[in-house]
Write a protein that binds this ligand. Structure first.
Ligand SMILES: Cc1cc2nc3c(=O)[nH]c(=O)nc-3n(C[C@H](O)[C@H](O)[C@H](O)COP(=O)(O)OP(=O)(O)OC[C@H]3O[C@@H](n4cnc5c(N)ncnc54)[C@H](O)[C@@H]3O)c2cc1C
Length: 403
């Protein structure tokens, strides 16, 4: 299984998967047959995470082939991503608290816990399956959803390590590493997300869902909820689309949305395109050795930049760093009066865009383009996934997706 960081490769994977997205997916998706056979899931997440292929395109392609009844489970899984992103968007302080907690959690490990942590991330705890998933993650940058759940559960309840350090390990190594899906899934396993409800990995379930590949012994038999993160904040307002600027406009791309061809930019004349050469650091405990994620993200940025340049008939520049001075230099060389950029959801890209907006002068505006997919769905992420799920048919109708 390989992940080529281009839109073309993502679309090819989508086309190959579409026939299997109906009832076969619903029946078989929970089985983890190992990295040699991923035919029961889409493995689209690295492309979707960077919007090399958008959620809308994935759902549209699937619903052209299957009814919503047959492909309901798959469509719902794509909407889990949208839900998590909306949930965090309405409660950005949960991300801020998590990011601020990683470095202190690492620093305050006891010597014994530090040794356990080092063993866990190196895949040498002696726990069958867990060690294999740690190595699989580092080598391939992808894990099956169930392996992620088992791994997180064993990390928290058997090894008794801080959930934040496990989330950080995933975020650094997953090609699809996503601030919302990752942080909130780890919180869900730990019992912080649905308060008091935890996920306990059992030998029996692992044996069954790996078709006997793994049968780990000595797993925790109970999963008392973690309680280290204060109350869940009330949801704030969802972002709304901003009016488009006038004048000579530059398009600034970033790693969270690399299909600018489908952004709603009606009437704008984009005279220049730019994107950074590298993604934002994902972790305060940055791991410079993680070449896999860095390489995927950099190549995805280059792919998005080249396509945008061709689409808008504009020069496409690679910026070494996403700093205000680099942006000002780029803007002045094309006489830009305004910059537009895809909306950056809560996470490192958003933090960078906020900083840029503060530092750029008033004569160079930065307008974030929100997609209808997000603008329509995120306001519904106020409660749990089940009330959100009820909205899916209406959300699809509003966007004229499906029959
Ligand atoms: C502890 C933990 C950490 C996770 N971290 C991430 C992460 O950093 N990034 C990430 O994209 N997903 C994350 N997930 C969710 C899920 O495991 C992956 O999205 C999924 O395994 C990706 O594989 P796939 O593309 O083959 O999924 P498929 O089953 O083919 O699903 C199709 C698409 O739907 C979305 N999706 C599916 N399941 C979920 C889910 N449970 N939550 C959110 N979106 C989902 C993904 O975009 C995926 O590409 C995490 C889950 C857990 C339990």
């Amino acid at each position: 299984m390989t992940f080529e960081p281009t839109r073309e490769a993502g679309l090819a994977r989508l086309a190959e998967f579409v026939p299997r997205a109906g009832r076969a997916y619903a029946a078989e998706r929970n089985t983890d047959r190992g990295p040699g056979d991923r035919s029961n899931v889409s493995t689209l997440s690295p492309w979707v995470r960077h919007r090399l292929v958008t959620e809308r395109e994935v759902v549209e392609a699937v619903l052209q082939r299957h009814s919503l009844d047959a492909a309901g489970k798959f469509v719902q899984e794509v909407y889990w991503r949208t839900y998590w992103k909306g949930w965090l968007e309405l409660r950005p302080s949960v991300w801020a608290r998590y990011s601020a907690s990683v470095a202190p959690a690492l620093d305050s490990l006891s010597a014994a816990d530090r040794a356990t942590y080092d063993d866990a991330i190196a895949g040498r705890t002696g726990i069958e399956g867990f060690d294999d998933w740690a190595r699989e993650l580092v080598e391939l940058g992808y894990l099956h959803n169930h392996a992620r759940m088992w791994f997180a559960s064993i990390w928290i309840f058997t090894l008794r390590l801080p959930w934040q350090l496990g989330a950080d390990f995933f975020l650094r190594h997953l090609l699809d590493g996503d601030p919302a899906s990752n942080t909130l899934s780890w919180r869900w396993v730990a019992g912080l997300q649905t308060v008091g409800k935890t996920y306990l990995a059992t030998t029996q379930n692992i044996e069954f869902a790996t078709e006997g590949r793994f049968s780990p012994r000595g797993l925790a038999e109970s999963a008392p909820a973690v309680d280290d993160d204060g109350p869940i904040p009330a949801p704030g307002p969802a972002p709304r689309p901003e009016p488009l600027p006038r004048g000579r406009v530059g398009l600034l791309l970033h790693e969270d949305d690399l299909h600018s061809e489908s952004l709603e930019l009606a009437g704008l004349e984009v005279v220049a395109v730019a994107s950074p050469t590298a993604g934002e650091p994902r972790s305060p405990a940055a791991d410079p050795a993680n070449a896999l994620v860095a390489g995927f993200t950099a190549a995805a940025l280059a792919d998005g930049r080249a396509r945008a340049g061709a689409h808008f008939g504009a020069d496409a520049s690679a910026l070494d760093r996403l700093t205000a001075s680099a942006i000002r230099d780029w803007a002045s060389s094309y006489d830009l009066t305004a910059i537009v950029t895809p909306y950056g959801p809560v996470g490192p890209v958003r933090d960078r865009l906020d900083q840029l907006e503060r530092e750029l002068s008033d004569d160079l505006t930065l307008t974030r383009i929100l997609r209808p997919w997000d603008a329509l769905a995120w306001p519904h992420a106020t409660r749990g996934f089940f009330p959100f799920r009820e909205k899916i048919p209406a959300l699809l109708r509003e966007q004229q997706i499906g029959p």
